[in-house]
Design a protein around this ligand. Structure first.
Ligand SMILES: [Ca+2]
Ligand SMILES: [Ca+2]
Ligand SMILES: [Ca+2]
Length: 156
């Protein structure tokens, strides 16, 4: 009986630790520029689309091996040594059109493959420096109201 209650206690504390770990992680996909100014179809274009992550907590998070998956199911892995500092941003450039300009949904997974965040459905058919961003930064209520189409704020 004693053993059993100890076991229950151990399981309880383990689940609390897991729950706390999940609650503390606050990295979100914060801004998406799928259609920067310029013609993505032009030969040897220097245009890059990009997305920005934001850490809504004051503790640094190691995002090595995390991945971002686009609406076509293609994934991109964040490099070893990638760290997002507390209350800071991390921008990743992607090749033109890797982000769908219509109906894109991005999913962020940690190195263990667990989903950490996802965007709402985003469409950017305007060929300019206006991008979808959470407003204010990091706002995450799982609602389309979290997102606004504003002048881009890459890395800040
Ligand atoms: Ca464009
Ligand atoms: Ca744009
Ligand atoms: Ca920004």
């Amino acid at each position: 009986m004693k053993f059993r209650s100890n076991l229950i206690l151990a399981m309880l504390s383990a689940s609390i630790i897991i729950w706390l770990g999940a609650a503390q992680c606050s990295v979100v996909i914060n801004e998406v520029e799928a259609n920067p100014a310029g013609d993505e179809n032009a030969f040897k274009t220097s245009i890059t689309a990009w997305f920005e992550l934001y850490n809504d907590n004051d503790k640094d998070v190691d995002i090595s091996g995390w991945s971002i998956i686009n609406s076509e199911g293609r994934s991109m892995t964040l490099p070893q040594g990638a760290i997002i500092k507390g209350l800071d941003y991390y921008v990743m450039d992607v090749r033109p059109k890797w982000l769908a300009q219509t109906g894109e949904v991005l999913v962020l997974k940690n190195a263990a493959g667990e989903e950490m965040d996802r965007t709402v459905v985003l469409s950017d058919e305007e060929d300019n420096e206006i991008a979808w961003t959470r407003d204010p930064d990091g706002r995450d209520t799982n609602s389309t109201d979290d997102w606004k189409f504003l002048a881009c704020s890459r890395g800040f």
